[in-house]
Design a binder for this molecule. Structure first.
Ligand code: NAD
Length: 293
């Protein structure tokens, strides 16, 4: 039996895959649409978060932010059986993740932070990458469930290490997407075709995932959101959130992270100026717009 709290875009399909694999999943969410979809996929809905955890040896949380994670933990830790393993999969601040570990342990439970990459597509297909932080025996307990929901499980270290890896990876992604987008807009101004720049950079030292798997201009990579009017994908809101977490981690750790901090500001501005609801690769359209005239 597995408790599952937060059955939204990611949690819903993750829980559905556990049901498909034969687990009894007791779920809880606060939004009617999420409850309806989870029920349809075979999740047994509980009347409260405490109800969802009370008989489950493992509880998964997949919530919007650290604030939600801590409020749910405060509510359920007392209701869970001793030594329940809390598998915290939301993307949250490293310090929030460490505090969640400490809180769970102080209440006599176990905790693993296991944020994901792979998006809704990966959650649905059961091909997520899990970046995992926590003691090795707790990670071993979580492994069978992680194997159902994902295809790559990387144990990054102790409490908070999963979140640290997630935040660093997405900072790379945000920075490189801006860099690739600036290069395409500059190329356009200099009279280069997008195809020519792609052909050169994809086979030279400019090569990176944001270019070759997720190209921000239409054409070179048929599956990229640029070919679908920048429908997400990975929405600007989520990139902006993750870069905000990276920026606060840079500040807290005293790292001279000029590009990470600037990338966070760039996506925050785009979110306020038309980016809401678009894929994060649409940043190229904002750079083009701001380069007009
Ligand atoms: P979402 O908003 O679709 O889902 C979160 C769910 O949590 C919602 O259904 C909401 O009703 C529920 N919730 C909020 N407070 C609750 C409470 N107190 N009790 C029970 N349920 C509660 O978000 P999502 O896209 O599923 O993302 C979840 C997490 O995964 C976030 O931290 C996000 O950053 C991360 N993430 C998302 C993606 C993506 O592509 N969507 C990719 C990687 C990581």
């Amino acid at each position: 039996m597995v408790g599952f709290i937060g059955l939204g875009h990611m949690g819903g399909p993750m829980a559905a895959n556990l049901v498909k694999a034969g687990y009894t999943v007791i779920g809880f969410d606060v939004v009617p649409a999420a409850i309806e979809a989870a029920t349809a996929s075979g999740v047994q809905m509980a009347a409260s978060a405490s109800e969802a955890v009370k008989e489950a040896p493992i509880v998964i949380t997949m919530l919007p932010s650290g604030r939600h994670v801590h409020s749910v933990l405060d509510e359920v830790l007392g209701a869970a059986a001793p030594s329940t393993l809390f598998l915290e999969c939301s993307t949250i601040d490293v310090d929030d993740a460490k505090a969640a570990h400490a809180k769970a342990r102080a209440a006599g439970h176990r905790c693993v932070d296991a944020p994901v990459s792979g998006g809704v597509g990966g959650a649905t297909a059961g091909t997520l990458t899990f970046m995992v932080g926590g003691p090795a025996d707790d990670v071993a307990t979580a492994h069978p469930l992680l194997d159902v929901m994902g295809k790559r499980i990387v144990h990054c270290g102790d409490a908070g290490a999963g979140q640290a890896a997630k935040i660093c990876n997405n900072m790379i992604l945000g920075i490189t997407m801006i860099g690739i987008s600036e290069a395409f807009v500059l190329g356009e101004k200099l009279g280069l075709t997008n195809e020519a720049l792609f052909e050169v950079a994809a086979n030279a030292s400019g090569q990176c995932w944001a270019l070759t798997s997720y190209c921000p201009v239409p054409g070179p990579v048929p599956a990229s959101p640029a070919n679908n009017n920048y429908e997400p994908g990975f929405a600007v809101e989520l990139m902006s959130k993750d870069l905000g977490l990276a920026a606060s981690a840079l500040r807290n750790a005293g790292v001279a992270g000029d590009l990470g901090l600037h990338a966070s500001e760039i996506y925050e501005r785009y979110l306020e100026e038309g980016g809401k609801g678009r894929d994060f690769s649409a940043i190229v359209t904002d750079i083009r717009r701001r380069s007009e005239g």
